[in-house]
Every structure is written in C-alpha cells, then in structure tokens.
Design a protein. Structure first.
Length: 116
C-alpha cells in the first residue's frame, strides 16, 4: 500500500501562485508515475499534469506554460508549482500515483480557491 499526503492548497488572488506537495509513503518501489488531477464543482475529475520517475512530464492544455510538475525521488515527493492562477483553476486537487504494473493510489485532496 501507498499513502499520499497533499499539502499547499489555499486561497489566492487571480494572478497569484501556489505550490502543492504530495508525499508518498509505504510501498514506494511500486510507483512509477505521479501526477495531479483536479475536480471543480459539478465537473469531472481531470488530469492536470504527470511526471514519470525519469522526469518525463505531460500537461493539460489549460495549464501549459503556467504549471510545472516536478518530483524529488529521494523524498518520495511530487510538486505542482502553479503560477498565473485564474478563477478557472479553482478546484480540489488530488495527487495520484500509478503503480508500474497497474492500478494506483489517490491522495485525500487539497482545495485551491482563486478569488479576488
């Protein structure tokens, strides 16, 4: 089993920045890809960004150029640096870890609210 603990959410004004962290513990060796999803009220959960253990990244078109995903394998932690936040970025952000041989784990979610 793997436990994911997110932190770093909060309230920020439009144009501001936040950095989310996701620390993994447990059977870390089974994890290959880590990433972030988000879910706004009344919307489906969508993939925001992901990063492989080797550092290859993918981003949703809506966040390209504004968000940066990274990971520190020594600390078993993934990060999501979010810049130029806008109202549409308001959502609950969930950390996701994919196992090498299928399946994965979810964090509990952290609220990000962009409001003036």
């Amino acid at each position: 089993q793997v436990r994911l603990v997110e932190s770093g959410g909060g309230l920020v004004q439009p144009g501001g920045s936040l950095r989310l962290s996701c620390e993994a513990s447990g059977s870390i060796a089974s994890i290959n890809v880590m990433g972030w999803y988000r879910q706004a009220p009344g919307q489906q959960r969508e993939l925001v960004a992901s990063i492989t253990i080797g550092g290859s990244t993918t981003y949703a078109d809506s966040v390209k150029g504004r968000f940066t995903i990274s990971r520190d394998n020594a600390k078993n932690t993934a990060y999501l640096q979010m810049n130029s936040l806008n109202l549409e970025d308001t959502a609950v952000y969930y950390c996701r870890a994919w196992r090498t041989f299928g399946g994965g784990y979810w964090g509990q979610g952290t609220q990000v609210t962009v409001s003036s």
